[in-house]
Design a protein. Structure first.
Length: 125
């Protein structure tokens, strides 16, 4: 963008014809037009690069916050699940009932509660 602005400016200046006033003082430019265009381009590129870096850093920050929130949510869910399992185990112990789950396709036990083991004398291993 800096190159485009500088290029359009100097193209327009080159196409213009200026007639100085007869009594106007003659001042020379402190910087050459090429150096001035180069400085404008460098500053524009620096501003664009800093904007891209800030955007990338902001996105990384958003991702970090999102990941942190997801981890917190997973930890809360795990605590709630452990509490629910403890309540179920206590209820089964008090009521002398057990629970089990079987994978019908393989015939393997998926789950067998401690109370189920105790009631039927199964080895937990």
């Amino acid at each position: 963008m800096g190159c485009a602005v500088a290029g359009m400016h100097y193209t327009a200046m080159q196409a213009s014809i200026f007639f100085p006033l007869p009594d106007a003082p003659n001042h020379s430019m402190a910087l050459s037009p090429t150096l001035l265009a180069l400085l404008i381009t460098i500053f524009t590129v620096l501003i664009a690069a800093s904007t891209l870096v800030a955007t990338f850093a902001g996105r990384q920050n958003e991702l970090a916050l999102s990941l942190s929130a997801e981890i917190s949510r997973a930890e809360r869910t795990e605590v709630e699940l452990r509490r629910s399992e403890a309540y179920l185990a206590e209820a089964q112990r008090l009521s002398h009932t057990g629970s089990w789950a079987l994978d019908v396709a393989t015939g393997q036990f998926i789950h067998s509660s401690e109370e189920h083991h105790r009631l039927f004398g199964f080895d937990p291993g």
